[in-house]
Every structure is written in C-alpha cells, then in structure tokens.
Design a protein around this ligand. Sequence first.
Ligand SMILES: Cc1cc2nc3c(=O)[nH]c(=O)nc-3n(C[C@H](O)[C@H](O)[C@H](O)COP(=O)(O)OP(=O)(O)OC[C@H]3O[C@@H](n4cnc5c(N)ncnc54)[C@H](O)[C@@H]3O)c2cc1C
Ligand code: FES
Length: 498
Amino acid sequence: MLLDCDDTADDLSLRKAARTEVAIIGAGIVGLTAAYALCRTGISVTVIEALRVGRQVTGRSSAKITSQHSLIYRQLRDTFDLDTARAYAEANRAGAAQIRTSIRELGIACDLEEKDAYAYTCTESLLPKIEAEAAIARELGFEADVVAPAPLSFETAGALRFPNEAQFNPAQYLVGLATAIKAAGGSIFENTRVHDVKPGRRWRVMTEGGRIDAESVVVATNLPVAGPGHYDLKTRPRGHIAMGFRVASTAAIQGMFIGIDHPTHSIRTGRDDEGPLLIVLGPAFVTGQERDVAARFRQLDDWAHKNLPVRQAAWRWFNEDYDTPDRVPYVGEPEKKSKGLYIATGFNGWGISNGAAAGLLISDQIQGRPNPWTKLYDPRRRAPKNYNKGDDSHSLVDSIDEIPRGQGGVIKRGKAKLAVHRAANGRVRALSASCTHAGCTVSWNNADLTWDCPCHGSIFSTAGQVIHGPATDPLPPKNLAKAKPKRRRKKRSRRRGD
Ligand SMILES: Cc1cc2nc3c(=O)[nH]c(=O)nc-3n(C[C@H](O)[C@H](O)[C@H](O)COP(=O)(O)OP(=O)(O)OC[C@H]3O[C@@H](n4cnc5c(N)ncnc54)[C@H](O)[C@@H]3O)c2cc1C
Ligand code: FES
C-alpha cells in the first residue's frame, strides 16, 4: 500500500483576509512546535498548511526521537569545535524532551515507546569509529556505550548505543499538537498553499483563497518557499524509500537501528490496525536523480527478507529531507534586511529532535528572548558554491509509444519538454515538464507515480499538483496534439487595376 498525502477535504482552507501576530507556513514538526510555544504565551498565531496537518515529511519519517544521529559528534568537534558539538547535543536533547513533555502533558495518543538507539556496523574495521564516537558522546553527557554484536537478527560487528531514547507515530503527534494549538486560541488553515510572502509594514502571506498580514512570518515548509537566502542552493535533497513489513512479533528487534555501512539501512518497529510491523529504510539518493525507484523497492524487499524476520510488505513510500554541507540545519532570520521572517531547513534526515529545537528557537527569537542555539543554527553562514549541482531529467524517452500503462516519461516537442503519463486505463495526460520552481526538467518516479524535480526536490502528482515544494504552482497541462503548421496567408498580387 502506498502512503497517501492527497486528502483534500475543503472546509478547512483559508477564504478571507486576516491579521495575526505570527503567520506560520507549514504544519510539520517545525511549524507546529513553534505555533504551540507561541500560543502558550498568548501571542496570536495562524498556521497555513498546503495539505493536511502532519501528512508531509514529518508524518512520513521513521520518527526516531533521538540525539544519536548516526555518528555526528566527533565530526562536529573536528569540523567546528567541542562547543558546537555540545550545543548540537543540547539542542537535540531539548527538542526530544519537548516532544515527550508535550505528549505527556497533552495526553496525545501517538504510540510513544522508549527504545535504545543503535548505530551499528557489519564491518570490523569501523569499530574504532564507533568507540571514538561513544567517547565523545559520553563527554557531552550521553550515557553512550558500545555493544558487540548489535541486538539484531543478522551478523554485526558492533554498535554504538544510546539508551532510553524513543520512537512515536509522528502524524498522530502533530494532529494532537494541532488540537492543542486551536484550544490555546491559534488558527490552522489546511489545504491552503502559500504562493508568495511580500514585505511591507507587515508581512503579507498570499494564498489563493485569501491573505494573512502578520508582524512575523515563519517559513516552515521543509525547504523555504519564500524569503531570501537561496536555501535551494545551500541544501541538497535526500530521498529514501521506506517499507513496513508484517512480522509475527517485534520481539527479535529491540531498539531503533541505523547502519553506518554502505548501503545504509534504518530499522525500527511499528504497528498499524492489523498488527506489528518492522519499518525498514533504504540508502539515500538525490530526489529526481534515480531512473528506477521501483528497483530500489525490490532491492530493499530482498534485503529485508534475507536479514530480518519479516513476512510480506504492507506499506511502502518515498520521503525526502534536505542535507547541508556541515550536517547542521539552518534556522532563524536569513537576513538583517528581512526582519521578522524566519526559516528552518536542512535537517539532514534528523529533523524530529532538530525540528522541535528549531520551533523552540524561532519562538524565542520572535519573543526577543536569548537562546543558546542561535549561533549553532545560524542560517547566514556560508555554504560552498555548487553544493547542490542539480541535474537533468532521468526519464527522457523518444516517443510516447515507449511509455507503458501506469507509467510516465518525458518527451521533447520542439524546444519544450512534456511530462507524459499514461494511466492504467490508457488515457494519456501531458504536462509541462519544466518545474515551476526554477525550470529544471522533472523525472518520473516509477514507484510513487509522481513527477520529481532533480534540482531542489519538488514533487508533483500526475495531475501536476504540488505535493512537496519548493514549487508553489502546479505543472501546467499541455496539449499533446502536434502543433499545427501555421497556415500561410496567400499573398494576393496587387495588380494595377484589380
Ligand atoms: C525517510 C526519512 C526518515 C526520517 N526519519 C527520521 C527519524 O527517524 N528521526 C529524525 O529525527 N528525523 C527523521 N527524518 C527527518 C525528519 O522527518 C524531517 O527533518 C522533519 O520531519 C522535517 O520537518 P519539517 O517541519 O521541516 O517538514 P514537514 O513535516 O514537511 O512540514 C512542512 C509542511 O509545510 C507544508 N508546506 C510546504 N509548502 C507549503 C506552502 N507553499 N504553503 C503552505 N504549506 C506548505 C507541507 O505540506 C508540510 O506539511 C527522516 C526523514 C526522511 C526523509
Ligand atoms: S525544485 Fe527547483 S527547479 Fe524544481
């Protein structure tokens, strides 16, 4: 079964002009954490969400609530210094604690379970790296140790263990948080995509149904859809495929696991209405730069059946986040000139604790309160040029005859490129293949059946609707019929006397 995020109940959308102190664009973990923190101080908050609460990256993540982000602390100390590593540890500990406190205080039913977090290796020669990470983690106040082998159903050399971390159902958590925000006086509009944010005496947040004027605006859209700073160039999309497998019991897998070998796998337990599941993720790849995403699902299915006590796959989906060159997110005001506009992006696949910390930081910044993580997440720091190189479409075909039923391909028509999808019933639909964000040509994702942009990770449905930004406008429909040759107007000879 594919995870679906295209739910369009329409009585929730914005249909008027309104004023608020803080407008928050995006109801993911960043947006709703900030909204809840602000509401509780009596500040008026309006959240505007393009789809439904918690249905995007947060809701589709593996949702380990942990400060163990594979091996990171030694790298942070070596790239920056020990203080930076300490600030990262503290921010993530606080983010994780905030999630647990909200769940407890608000009584949110979201399958919160305490679990040990493991970063494991199957390669003996990588054990010294794990030991070195454990040493620095202990220096930073974690109860980290090394176990050999890891408590998994396949052979491993050992693992770094952080005890008593946690996992949860992130979509249920965000729905619970949204209820608390409304109860505290906040407003949430769903199915309302923001197309622009204009500066002025107040920020003006533009949507099709209405606009919101606000003193501050938080662009919490995973990758900013508005504002300065060129975060599309300072980040790189990282896509993962995920599968939920039926298991007789989850007893064999006691913990949450991330591999440090290549190819990397991530493993955790979970459940749905029909019983326990094992959730397994495959290695990262750049969104839109993979010709055969379906093959990755087949490989992951094979790997899981060889290594884990799984039965058939019940769920499969694709999800993406954004990497930064130094593995630290960008959070805060991108520019002095754009005072009152805040962004949060580049969570490197670890945006549950980092995302909650980002929401808390932005809430403090809006209230003018000092926060110890301001420098750590400084969104104005430089990134190497060409960090994100982008790419061309990976789905070019010579003719629509090459596109089988249920699939898509990109064809050239003169200077234009068309994204063509042939539905299961044979009906063909053509859209412009030019991404509405910055014009790169989209690729066909043959597993999720979407058009994915190989530059900054926008994702569109087969009807052209935006599923994931930074694009804010749909891919426009195109006519497949060949453009008719222009009829030459007959030049009538003007003869004297006619
Ligand atoms: C496969 C995978 C597994 C992961 N597992 C973990 C994990 O185990 N632990 C961990 O810490 N992190 C994990 N992460 C990372 C983490 O899930 C993300 O970093 C985090 O959820 C990002 O939160 P967000 O609020 O930025 O984004 P989102 O949750 O996507 O929220 C942004 C919201 O903005 C909305 N939006 C976008 N554009 C507009 C617009 N124009 N107008 C209005 N609304 C808009 C979107 O619809 C969305 O709801 C994982 C990531 C991936 C890809
Ligand atoms: S997402 Fe930037 S060009 Fe497509």
